[in-house]
Design a protein around this ligand. Structure first.
Ligand code: ADP
Ligand code: MG
Length: 414
């Protein structure tokens, strides 16, 4: 009711220091405070964390947050604590288990972050029974679905855990919104059909362009010359990351650094930290880079090669322009990218193969469309956009029919 929302706005200001809710945060918070289980689908950077952190502070009992990455949990923990929120993590990387459990039992925690593996451990269920719970928040909830792009079997253990506490509302959160995944997540996690809050996915300040690749070093150097400021270049393999970083640095004279899981942890941390501070650095990375990084002024994201899916594309390009200023998202693709991706389908088990093929087909649809890219993207996420956006390559410079025939030929031969 209205009282709840007044209190929520007050806590938003006093605890988190924000003047108002963004997008549909308010709708999600209101549902949660009313005890209604919800699936919140909101783009990356929309502020999903707040939709459970705020109720966690307001409601009696602890909010259990399931989150797949320890590094992300520790980031969240730091920022929650900085706001005076009583939070803890229970992961294999923590030494203070006993203290955390004691604090939970004493009712001294607003938020308790755990990894999904923990959900299947009987000891954990017993522990949860020992103190009042406010809410289950399942972050990256698409991981529960084989239709999602990041299926994790441990997420399947969450339903039985939550079912053991039928009075505790559930909040599932994801930035992945295609209809099939959405429906599956709701079924798998027991969110009622009317429990969906779907936020706008449009990022109007991002200019989308998708073009064939001939000479990536030259193409990206050109892009960097046209678009000053920090940028992220995604490449497919560690080797390509290093090679491209070196060649781009030589070609442009700019600060260009690599980032991939094969680099020493200190190098990775240093390159990331420098990037976050920098006003003109370019980082060349595998898709391992970017999760949980909050840099508002990234001016361009370039893909050399195709991403894994439209969801991946949206998430990666979404790291550009979070400050709302004009930014570019440019993909440089080649027919071979699709050929390689199709080849990999063969190795997959039957069940996954059809989902992966559908994902690839959807991506090919985005790459080959002669129409508005934004419209294709937003329709994929269940929205009903305008026919043209005026801020993508196809709207700004409509392709000639011959070009699209050429594209179709390349895709078919792939
Ligand atoms: P998501 O999980 O949806 O990708 P986060 O929860 O990490 O997004 O939030 C992204 C950023 O938005 C964070 O820096 C957060 O502090 C900020 N934020 C969240 N809600 C608000 C708000 N109501 N007003 C201003 N900033 C907000
Ligand atoms: Mg998040």
């Amino acid at each position: 009711d209205g009282d709840n929302l007044d209190r929520a706005r007050e806590a938003l200001r006093s605890t988190f220091g924000f003047d108002g809710f963004r997008g549909r945060q308010e709708d999600v918070v209101e549902r949660v405070l009313n005890g209604q289980s919800t699936l919140a689908v909101m783009p990356t950077g929309a502020g999903k964390s707040l939709t459970y952190q705020l109720p966690a502070v307001m409601m009696p009992g602890t909010c259990i947050v399931i989150s797949p990455l320890i590094a992300l949990m520790h980031d969240q923990l730091r920022s929650a604590r900085a706001n005076g929120v009583r939070a803890a993590t229970l992961t294999s990387a923590d030494a203070d288990w006993r203290e955390t459990q004691d604090a939970f039992r004493a009712g001294e925690l607003d938020l308790l972050y755990v990894a999904p593996e923990r959900a299947s451990q009987p000891g954990f269920r017993d522990m949860l029974g020992a103190a009042p719970l406010a809410l289950f928040a399942v972050d990256e909830a698409h991981c529960v679905s084989e239709w999602g792009h990041d299926f994790r079997p441990d997420y399947r253990q969450l339903r039985p855990l939550m079912d053991a506490f039928p009075d505790v509302p559930r909040l599932a959160l994801t930035a992945t919104a295609d209809r099939q995944t959405r429906a599956d997540v709701m079924t798998q996690l027991g969110v009622p059909e009317d429990g969906l809050v779907l936020a706008g996915f449009d990022r109007p300040n991002i200019r989308y362009a998708i073009t064939t690749r001939d000479n990536p070093v030259r193409q990206i150097s050109d892009l960097m010359a046209r678009q000053p400021g920090p940028g992220i270049v995604y490449a497919q393999t560690r080797r390509k990351v290093e090679e491209l970083a070196e060649k781009l640095a030589a070609a442009t004279g700019r600060a260009v650094r690599p980032y991939h899981a094969g680099l020493p942890a200190e190098t990775r941390a240093a390159n990331q930290a420098t990037f976050v501070e920098s006003e003109d650095m370019v980082i060349v990375a595998t898709i391992a880079f970017g999760m949980g990084i909050d840099k508002p002024d990234v001016r361009f994201v370039a893909h050399v090669g195709v991403p894994k899916s439209i969801e991946g594309y949206y998430q990666e390009t979404g790291r550009a322009g979070r400050d709302g200023d004009p930014s570019l998202a440019t993909m440089f693709w080649g027919a071979a990218d699709f050929a390689t991706a199709r080849q990999r389908l063969i190795e997959l088990p039957e069940g996954r193969r059809s989902a992966e093929r559908a994902r690839l087909d959807a991506l090919a649809g985005l790459v080959e469309t002669p129409h508005c890219r934004r419209a294709v993207l937003l329709r994929h996420f269940g929205e009903d956009p305008d026919e043209t956006c005026g801020n993508c390559d196809n709207c700004l410079d409509p392709p000639k029919v011959t070009d699209t025939t050429e594209l179709a030929r390349k895709l078919l031969s792939a």
